[in-house]
Design a protein around this ligand. Structure first.
Ligand SMILES: [Zn+2]
Length: 429
């Protein structure tokens, strides 16, 4: 089958920005044409997609999601996570290994990839655990998992507390060209906290988590990246201290990258009102000053990636007292509109945003993602104009734990194509 996407502004930052026609044959992009160019062949077999008024970009990639399968299928399955990702405009996700069992060996990796092959939606690139069971005592079977298909390693959900073990993990993964995704958290400083340490936590009487709980570990792993030369990628950066440390490390050419999540540049700890557990995540929503630092970090290039940290939980796990409720929010179906707000507010250009949600994630995982003939047709079609209101009841994710219900936003994905197949089409939503 041949598909022609016509009339869109085609934006592949650094390579292409203009009105083009994209021809797809089977799974592959075969031509990028000027609108006046003739389409090869007789044209009778063509499926035409009218994309006038829309922007076509290399498929968005969310490099930090929790798909919950195996083990917690009541929260999400690989199939529902893939569908939610596609609906959010993502053509690929990187699935964190803190499932049950943990993805710490090739059998679990193969199981995840087999489930993903059977699903319809975004591609799934598994991350494998750094340590066995993510227990922080012995390295996992990293090479075996790489042969089975992992693209990164992480003990996300937990820190690797032992610095010597982290050093070994970096040396070993660095030798395999696998990035290590760091969940930066010093548990002794968290000390049972449930929201950001500050006036809001004092007001509500909720134990606080200081910024230093994150930044202390960021500092340690910058030093370990310097020591080993390995690529460290910091997950879900939330505060000013971490941004400052990563900015300086980059100036010194240390091999670090980092991501933040839309909630950290959209909300603050003052939004945590009335013990509403939909606002509870880890790291916690920080102060207004931290929010500004995250936005500054995005603008000046310190923050490479926007990832959702999609963390589905059931109603029962969230409908508890604030300290007892689960940490985390879903994000796949809200990340793009929340991030487009940065463009609307003048903090990022649209090409910058496409880099942070598509090009940079692809580079970190080592996956080609350019709109050029010969590449897989993984593409996202975005409407920048349409205004709408976030309604969790319409999510295709199994979970509804979001603080963004009822928020008015502008822009969304209208079509998501993976390997030449439309896996999301807003006309049928
Ligand atoms: Zn994490």
């Amino acid at each position: 089958m041949r598909t022609l996407i016509e009339g869109a502004r085609v934006l592949d930052p650094g390579k292409l920005d203009g009105y083009k026609t994209v021809l797809i044959e089977g799974h592959t992009i075969t031509a990028v044409l000027d609108p006046s160019d003739p389409v090869p062949g007789n044209g009778q077999d063509l499926v035409r997609i009218d994309a006038r008024g829309l922007v076509l970009v290399p498929g968005l990639m969310d490099i930090h999601v929790h798909l919950r399968e195996p083990g917690h299928e009541y929260k999400e399955t690989i199939a529902t996570g893939m569908a939610a990702a596609a609906r959010g405009g993502f053509t690929a996700v990187c699935a964190m290994p803190n499932t049950c069992p943990v993805n710490d060996n090739a059998q679990v990796t193969a199981f995840i990839l087999e489930k993903a092959r059977a699903g319809k939606g975004a591609r799934v690139y598994p991350a494998g655990a750094v340590t066995r069971g993510s227990a922080g005592t012995h390295l996992a079977e990293i090479r075996d998992m790489q042969l089975a298909g992992i693209k990164a390693v992480s003990d996300d959900g937990r820190p690797v507390e032992n610095a010597q073990l982290m050093r070994r993990a970096l040396e070993y993964s660095g030798g395999l060209s696998l990035p290590v995704f760091v969940h930066a958290e010093d548990l002794s400083l968290v000390n049972g906290g449930a929201m950001n340490e500050g006036p809001a936590a004092t007001l509500w009487g909720i134990p606080g988590i200081p910024n230093a709980a994150e930044a202390v570990m960021v500092a340690r792993d910058i030093l370990l990246s310097r020591l080993t030369g390995a690529h460290v990628h910091f997950c879900h950066i939330s505060c000013e201290e971490s941004i400052d440390l990563i900015r300086t490390a980059k100036q010194q050419n240390v091999r670090v990258t980092c991501e933040t999540a839309p909630h950290y540049f959209t909300l603050t700890d003052e939004d945590v009102k009335g013990y509403d557990t939909r606002f509870k995540m880890n790291p916690p929503l920080r102060s207004g000053k931290d929010r500004q630092a995250v936005i500054q970090g995005l603008s000046d290039g310190t923050v490479d990636v926007i990832a959702s940290d999609h963390a589905p939980h059931s109603k029962e796990e969230k409908d508890l007292e604030f300290d007892r409720a689960a940490f985390g929010i879903v994000g796949l179906e809200t990340a793009l509109p929340l991030s487009l707000k940065l463009v609307q507010d003048g903090h990022l250009t649209l090409p910058d945003l496409v880099c942070k949600m598509s090009k940079h994630p692809a580079r970190i995982l080592g996956i080609p993602n350019d709109i050029i003939p010969g590449n897989p047709a993984d593409l996202t079609l975005i409407d920048l104009e349409g205004k709408w209101v976030i309604d969790p009841d319409r999510f295709v994710s199994k979970s509804r734990n979001t603080p963004f219900a009822g928020m008015a936003v502008q822009g969304r994905a209208v079509a998501t194509m993976v390997g030449g197949t439309l896996v999301y089409d807003r006309r049928y939503d």
